[in-house]
Design a protein around this ligand. Sequence first.
Ligand code: GSH
Length: 210
Amino acid sequence: MKLYDCQIAPNPRRVRIFLAEKAVEIERVELNIAEGDNLKPDFLAINPRGLLPTLVLDDGTALDEVVAISRYIEETHPEPPLMGTSTRERAFIESRNRHMEIDGFMSVAEIFRNTHPSFRERGLPGVSAVPAIPQLVERGRAGIARFFERLNSYYLGQRPFVAGDQFSIADITALSVVDFAKWVEEKVPSNHVNTLRWYEAVSQRPSATA
Ligand SMILES: N[C@@H](CCC(=O)N[C@@H](CS)C(=O)NCC(=O)O)C(=O)O
């Protein structure tokens, strides 16, 4: 197996954290998104969308999408479980993870893609002919504010982790959102004590530096 990776990018980091939690090592190929390595013909032959992370299996199957890659790793390396063990748990964790992606990750990405000069002509990730739309930044900032509020009061208000009592893929996504948000000057408000307690704990896990 080979993981097409980008050290600075938040979605590849989610897979690296997942792998580190499982203590699974995979050969990696580093591509620099800022320099457009992912849009060159060699990589497009592997993933025509030009997106990272991409995991190429030994039979040549190319899997993209963080959750699909994580699912493959979870099923081939079940311990420790990060995506639930019972039907209820699997569905609940998936639901929470989607919330982290749609409400959190997408909001930060909206701000980032529409402000960063390197992406002025690359408004959507991967192969794209869509220029940035600066008006979307305001919507992204409103979205991340709403996300932070819910993270503190709802998801982490009563339980230690985003999907309950165990660390899961939903925490990995949420951690990546909080760190990605710093790139666009969005920080967890200082009175969000539940989120700050959780953030300190998950950031101290050895996987967080992956
Ligand atoms: N939904 C995809 C998102 C993948 C994605 O957007 N990756 C970004 C890096 S964080 C990327 O490949 N960007 C390429 C580009 O901007 O050209 C996933 O879960 O893997």
